[in-house]
Design a protein around this ligand. Structure first.
Ligand SMILES: Nc1ncnc2c1ncn2[C@@H]1O[C@H](COP(=O)(O)OP(=O)(O)OP(=O)(O)O)[C@@H](O)[C@H]1O
Ligand SMILES: [Mg+2]
Length: 509
């Protein structure tokens, strides 16, 4: 039987970069095919060519055995190729139902049938095990829920090949599990899935076959049974996992930098996804990496935002370097020397139309503090170059627009920006989401270096292995309350999970 999809000798250049060189990809019917590679390797570009978003410079695409040209996204969709993009494409002010059926609402002529729209959306969502009301506006959904809506939209189309570009990067463990089950169901129906992820364990769990890209070229392709995790890392980055950074030393001192007492926030009637905090108290010390583990929605991000002055809190006291402080805005926090690398980097953190150079240096050079006229361009360029090297940011030049960087490289720019600020306390919320294995190790190494210089770090992460490998001390949070504290030596994945879990453990509240 012929393969459902063959991409042959695909070439694609952007100004300043050869994004793809002679790339080949063969996907069988009913196959879950992992497409892997470092940030900027060309994965999304290859998939955008398949989706009719970009035209290749040269190369051939065979679909169902026949040579095809895919000129527009609409054409790709008609052929049964559906893509769930790395960047969300939902329309925030429309409802879930409208988003799922956007452009092809069931109804007669111009008359939109709300009833049918709702019922059909309900049916797709039931299949996914999503219990949201289809009439909810997308703007009220969490990142994970929005991702589920994207998936529902793809499933509602008659697809033969579904491309998922980093579908799990914003999902909780439970939701990931659900998604992988959905992938297996689709596969059983003969649908092929091209699965892009930086979570290599997921690849081992669900993929039948992998293709690895490196610097825009094929670096290997194999049935999953023929490779180990280390083989894959080797193909992706040319190094073995054992050569990547691992934290071995603690720099924690006894000196408290930040102390938070009884932090409480109210529930937000306009945003049901916001978790109220019910009295959070903790300290962070100079040189310490404090891990905060919790499920999505446990209140981790809310605590970070409240401390950073991004959200108001009703009650509580913050002491910074021994002095009581009032942090009413992020500007107050930055002035004190507190940095926050937010979870939702795309929406909150980047100025997509500006150049990498400007994005990277905004916090560092105090643009927020109105020093704009005094920016020294040579100093700025040097600093950008230093972080480009440290984090291996792939860009054609400092003046490249951030919006044209690969997803993972955009993340690195945000991280670099806050690192460049050299804060006294750095809060990092999901610091390595969407980042490849090698870059992740680079981010970890940089955090370790900051800690060694006495910077206190609060690291929020959904990935327990990351929390366990990086933290000197770990707090667990559940429903807006701290539920456990563990020293590095006594923490295990099981113990953390137990303290994070919503049910089971006897309620301490
Ligand atoms: N529209 C564009 N204009 C200019 N350069 C681009 C554009 N899109 C992608 N590139 C460049 O092409 C290269 C490949 O990017 P691509 O987004 O395909 O990487 P990726 O493998 O998906 O990475 P990630 O894992 O970070 O998402 C990168 O160097 C990127 O900067
Ligand atoms: Mg990408």
């Amino acid at each position: 039987m012929t393969a459902i999809l063959e991409m042959r000798s695909i070439n694609k250049a952007f100004p300043g970069v050869q994004a793809l060189s002679e790339v080949t990809l063969t996907v069988e019917r009913g196959q879950i095919h992992g497409l892997l590679g470092e940030n900027g390797a060309g994965k999304s570009t290859l998939m955008k060519i398949l989706a009719g978003v970009y035209a290749p410079d040269s190369g051939e695409i065979l679909f169902d055995g026949a040579s095809v040209s895919i000129a527009t996204p609409h054409q790709a969709q008609q052929m049964g190729i559906v893509t769930i993009y790395q960047e969300f494409t939902l329309v925030p002010h429309l409802t879930i139902a409208e988003n799922v059926f956007i452009g092809r609402e069931p109804g007669v002529g111009a008359f939109l049938s709300w009833g049918r729209l709702r019922d059909q959306t309900r049916a797709v969502m039931d299949g996914l095990g999503i219990t949201l009301d289809p009439m909810t506006p997308v703007s009220a959904l969490s990142v994970a829920e929005q991702q589920m809506v994207e998936i529902a939209r793809a499933l509602s189309m008659q697809s033969k090949v579904i491309v998922m570009d980093e579908p799990t990067s914003a999902l909780s463990e439970h939701e990931v599990h659900q998604l992988l089950d959905i992938c297996r169901d689709l596969k059983a129906k003969g649908i092929s899935i091209i699965f892009i992820t930086h979570h290599l364990e997921e690849v081992m769990r669900v993929c039948d076959h992998i293709t690895v890209l490196r610097d825009g070229r094929n670096a290997g392709s194999a049935p999953i049974g023929d490779v180990t995790l280390d083989n894959i890392i080797q193909m992706m980055v040319g190094r073995s996992a054992s050569e990547l950074f691992k934290r071995t030393q603690s720099y924690a001192t006894a000196e408290t930098v930040l102390s938070v007492r009884d932090l409480r926030t109210a529930a937000d009637p306009n945003n049901p996804n916001k978790t109220a905090l019910h009295g959070i108290s903790f300290e962070v010390r100079r040189g310490e990496i404090l891990g905060i583990a919790g499920l999505i929605g446990a209140g981790r991000t809310e605590a970070a935002r409240a401390i950073f002055g991004a959200d108001r809190f009703e009650h509580g006291a913050i002491t910074f370097e021994g002095k009581p402080v009032a942090i009413r805005s992020p500007l107050d926090a930055i002035r004190l020397g507190i940095g926050l690398i937010p979870e939702d980097r795309k929406q909150q953190a980047l100025f997509l139309a500006l150049a990498v150079r400007e994005n990277l240096s905004i916090a560092a050079l105090g643009r927020l503090l109105h020093w704009i006229n005094f920016v020294r361009f040579d100093a700025e360029r040097q600093m950008v170059e230093r972080y480009r090297q440290a984090l291996n940011i792939r860009m054609s030049g400092q003046d490249q627009t951030v919006g044209n960087l690969s997803g993972g490289n955009q993340q690195k720019v945000v991280i670099a920006r806050w690192l460049a600020m050299e804060p006294k306390l750095l809060i990092v919320d999901e610091p390595t989401r969407g980042i490849d294995v090698a870059a992740k190790a680079e981010v970890h190494q940089l955090l370790d270096e900051l800690a060694s210089r006495g910077i206190a770090i609060v690291m929020i992460s959904s990935e327990l292995p990351e929390i366990l490998s990086m933290s000197d001390r770990i707090l667990t949070i559940r429903e807006g309350r701290l539920t456990g504290e563990f020293q590095r030596a006594e923490a295990t994945e099981e113990r953390l999970m137990q303290a994070m879990a919503l049910s089971g453990a006897s309620a301490s509240s």
